[in-house]
Design a protein around this ligand. Structure first.
Ligand code: GLA
Length: 743
């Protein structure tokens, strides 16, 4: 059992292979947080929590004259409201009598096998080999009878704890949730912690920032209705001295695709508190007596072995516990070509066949028909919502087009943007009340489109029905699901005036229902997510999509940074990355090597390619397949930081048995007559010999120890933007001297 309850000490110890999380029913039945860190035995860590008479920090009434017990200074599992704790809080509830108060104390708990699930929200599942136990611990306000159940599923072998909170209105009047976080996480000492986050912008998603905690509230958030380009619902807290290979790091990934919030406060006593969950801005959620409200889940992990280890934990978990699609592990994903940057809206069935024919020679296995095939859609001003084939463009009809593509030996994929509507569309003309628009005001336009009220049942049913009709009409292998604007004008014509604070969250719940109705009912179709690039790339989306389009920015050098930042949470097999015509000075081989740090594909007009380029692409498509298992399932190591080191950028994937590895090095900016550069490998077996090859030529046979500590010398007399792919394969014989490096 990974969860141990000690009934005499009243401690709960949640053990994973490498970590322990401990909480305790403490004074006056408040639930205290005692520890999250490296694995320890089942001992009571209450000795860590010291109590002092803290001026201006009050004491609960029933602590009587005891002035050392103050909620303002004690570590807690979930916060109270208006009980003298002035730090950021995890709950704000307006009770049926109008008061704002919550004094949650332990009432019950249960422990059971398997992970928890949530009403209408995605969660992680247990893989065949996993041991997963769940603790549900309930605290209650004895006056309002509002209960919060704290949910913890411990994925023992995976070093992940999944958390969430469930509010139950046990009173007899309607309450209103103004803020309800998925977790509260207190640190006894936070002054040496850094906050790591993934900020960005359109075209530059998931850049990385690291900053020390200081005495104020650090806020990472999206208020855009989508998890956003500007921030990702992930943060890490790492010891200031933590590096890739050493030191403590805590990761928190929120499984939510709407407006979110993570706040971290370093308090007056240098304690830190983190809360994370749905953004409380424009949020007010009524809960009727007997009803429940679930928060989204957070995937949290801890390691004392550095940031690489944290990333590996997430990569392994995302690959095995979020998505049951056969395309995650069992069926290899094809090399695709997408028509967007090749033709934009300007194509017809003949052009698609031409592109498919030309792309075949590049080793492409699937053509994706992007935006522009439906309704009246010759630019981005019309047609969204009309999910039927535009027969002026696809003259032979979709079924026939797909048949012809299949006859070429190619698979077929298609693009949708289900959540949006153009004012110039049949759907809008028929249902103007289905858009989000506040009565008496005009909705904000963005890319000239409006947002459907996806929280509304009729809208969900329309989307499920109209998208499924297309999917079932032809042999479709792949879908790209896009959303191209942020969400504004929160209003639903289906809700009453006092329910409008639900709209943002209802949108997200509605979206998950629509995706259940389309994606889960088509297990043979491979779904990729997209939000004008990576504007809604999050762990909730990855329960539906096997991969996510990383960015509309296909410039290879920008992608070095984007992949680096993304890799802190997301594995290679989830990051859509294509070779395009952007940055003509960068050779195709280099673009392809960079795209192989994601799910490989092309985004260009194959009919316009030169023979030499076609041949280069074919070779790269073959390499994608050759290294597929290594890249998709191996351990990924960041070997350089492209934000700091600009001459060479390098990364490595190592097979799980550590007998094979691929090191990619890109030369970015070489100084004239510069020093000899070395790239040091990671993750190899120290006393194992490896043959180091480039382009099939053996350069040297060297031990793992030599390759990790001496490194690989990178040739200096070469052009910028050259890609070196070094393949390492274990060999039984090794004397450290064979190969062309000797000369
Ligand atoms: C978004 C996507 C692009 C493309 C266009 C189509 O910007 O990120 O890849 O699909 O929409 O309109």
């Amino acid at each position: 059992m990974s969860i141990v309850y000690n009934s005499s000490k009243k401690t709960f110890s949640l053990h994973t292979a490498g970590t322990t999380y401990q909480l305790k029913i403490g004074n006056l039945n408040y639930v205290k947080h005692l520890y999250y860190g490296a694995r320890i035995p089942d001992e009571d860590l209450i000795y860590l929590v010291r109590r002092y008479d803290r001026g201006f920090s009050g004491n609960p009434y029933d602590s009587l004259k005891e002035r050392t017990f103050s909620l303002d200074a004690q570590p807690q599992e979930f916060t109270t409201q208006q009980q003298g704790d002035f730090r950021i809080n995890s709950i704000e509830v307006q009770n049926a009598d109008g008061s704002f108060s919550f004094n949650g104390r332990y009432v019950s708990h249960q422990i059971y096998k398997g992970p928890f699930t949530l009403h209408g929200l995605p969660t992680a599942f247990a893989d065949e080999q996993d041991t997963v136990d769940t603790l549900e611990l309930t605290i209650e306000d004895s006056v309002s009878k509002v209960q919060v159940t704290l949910l913890y599923s411990v994925f023992e072998e995976k070093n992940i704890i999944m958390r969430a909170a469930r509010v139950r209105n046990g009173g007899d009047g309607r309450i209103s949730l103004k803020r309800i976080m998925s977790l509260n996480m207190d640190y006894l000492n936070g002054k040496d912690l850094d906050l790591i986050s993934l900020p960005g912008r359109y075209g530059q998603e998931r850049q990385i920032e690291r900053q020390p905690l200081t005495h104020h509230v650090h806020k990472i958030r999206s208020g855009r209705g989508i998890s956003s380009h500007q921030q990702n619902p992930f943060i890490a807290l790492a010891e200031r001295t933590a590096t890739e290979d050493y030191g403590s790091a805590y990761g928190f990934a929120l499984m939510y695709s709407g407006s979110f919030l993570a706040e971290v406060e370093l308090d007056q006593y240098d304690q830190a508190r983190l809360v994370m969950g749905i953004n409380d801005r424009l949020f007010s959620y009524p809960v009727d007596p007997g009803q429940e409200f679930d928060t989204p889940a957070v995937l949290m992990t801890y390691t004392h072995k550095g940031l690489t280890k944290m990333s590996h934990t997430y990569h392994n978990f995302i690959r095995s516990n979020l998505n049951r699609s056969k395309f995650v592990r069992d069926v290899r994903r094809p090399v695709l070509i997408n028509t967007w940057e090749a033709a934009f809206f300007n194509f017809d069935d003949e052009k698609l066949i031409e592109i498919a024919k030309a792309a075949k020679g590049m080793g492409v296995e699937m053509i994706v028909m992007d935006d522009g095939w439906f309704g009246k859609r010759d630019d981005d001003n019309s047609g969204l919502g009309d999910w039927y084939v535009n027969e002026k463009k696809i003259k032979c009809g979709l079924t026939e087009l797909v048949r012809q593509i299949n006859d070429l030996g190619m698979k077929f994929g298609i693009w949708f943007e289900p959540e949006m509507v153009s004012e110039d569309s049949d759907l809008f003309r028929a249902h103007p009340d289905w858009v989000m628009e506040i009565p008496g005001r005009h909705a904000v336009r963005s890319r000239n489109q409006l947002v459907l009220d996806v929280g509304r049942k009729e809208v969900q049913d329309y989307l499920i029905e109209s998208v499924n009709r297309i999917l079932d009409s032809a042999n479709i292998y792949y879908v790209k699901w896009d959303i191209n604007r942020a969400i504004t004008d929160l209003w639903s014509n289906a809700l009453t005036a006092d329910e409008q604070g639900e709209v943002s969250h209802r949108y997200v719940l509605g979206l998950y229902r629509v995706m259940d109705g389309i994606i889960k009912t088509h297990p043979d179709i491979m779904f990729e997510g997209c939000a004008g690039g990576g504007g809604r790339f999050d762990t909730a989306m990855l329960t539906y999509f096997v991969q996510y389009w990383s960015s509309d920015n296909t410039k290879p050098l920008d992608n070095l940074k984007l992949h680096y930042g993304s890799s802190f949470l997301y594995p290679v097999c989830t990051m859509g990355a294509h070779v395009s015509e952007a940055s003509p000075m960068v050779p195709f081989e280099t673009k392809a090597a960079i795209a192989m740090c994601g799910t490989f594909g092309y985004e260009l007009d194959a009919t316009k390619m030169k023979k030499k380029e076609i041949r280069a692409c074919k070779k790269m498509s073959e390499l994608y397949h050759k290294y597929y298992d290594l890249n998709f399932f191996g351990d990924y190591y960041r070997l350089s930081n492209p934000f700091e080191q600009v001459n060479l950028v390098a990364w490595e994937t190592v097979s799980k048995d550590r007998l094979e590895a691929l090191v990619t090095v890109i030369t970015v900016n070489l100084t004239v007559n510069g020093p000899q550069e070395y790239i040091k490998c990671k993750g190899l077996i120290a006393d194992q010999y490896y043959q180091l090859e480039r382009d099939g030529i053996c350069l040297v046979t060297a031990s793992g120890m030599a390759l990790m500590h001496g490194g690989i010398p990178i040739p200096r007399e070469i052009l910028e933007f050259t890609a070196f792919l070094y393949h390492l394969k274990a060999t039984s014989t090794g004397d450290g001297s064979h190969g062309s490096f000797d000369e």
